[in-house]
Design a protein around this ligand. Sequence first.
Ligand SMILES: C[S@@+](CC[C@H](N)C(=O)[O-])C[C@H]1O[C@@H](n2cnc3c(N)ncnc32)[C@H](O)[C@@H]1O
Length: 222
Amino acid sequence: MTPASVSAAGWDRVAQFYALQARWEVPALEVSVALADVTPIDRVLDAACGTGLWSRTLLASGAQPARLTGVDQSRKMLERASAVGSLEPVQAPLHALPFPDASFDVVALSYALHLLSHQDVAAALHELARVLAPDGRIVAVTPCEASGPLGRMISCAARIASDTRWRALGGLRPMDPAPALDATGFRVDHSERIHRGYPSWCVRARPVSARSTIEPMVGGAS
Ligand SMILES: C[S@@+](CC[C@H](N)C(=O)[O-])C[C@H]1O[C@@H](n2cnc3c(N)ncnc32)[C@H](O)[C@@H]1O
């Protein structure tokens, strides 16, 4: 079972409190930014950017992309993202992005995929594949199973809550993004689990049509 997607209005209500938990996202976001390896010629899309934490982490790393666009369904989350450096905020759902084909070299998708229903995951990844350049890359961050008895109990509770009316509590439902990426025309070339902050998957993938040589897959077992 997958959770029903949380509405834009729900995220509008969360926006003012979102910064309170930011520090637990940062360790995985830093790994994800390093995987994205953004250069000054890259056009970057922070998809489901929320308050712009991935973009903030990117700019703090010293990267200066040619263009940085943040897209999200929630107006209030985007209002906060618009304070992040050069980020250009765009309000839109992931399954219907207002960008031409191949508009971006890098797509980041942090702490969002696991919130979507099965159908919405597929629709979002197909749309992100459309706007990504054929030799581009996508980096995804999602929660992974926590370690230890207490961690496993929390992951289990999040999984159960994600299918109920308390689905906002399912925000930490574990989900390995690799199978969904594989199923939608991407090839995963890096996957690792981070156990600092929120236990998280950090994955990088490229369109299967990518001209560049794909390195052997590394990581995945920490
Ligand atoms: C948990 S927050 C993550 C925000 C940010 N990426 C981060 O790492 O902090 C999830 C965000 O995904 C957005 N979102 C969820 N479903 C979406 C959809 N179908 N289309 C666009 N945005 C969506 C929400 O509005 C919210 O801002």
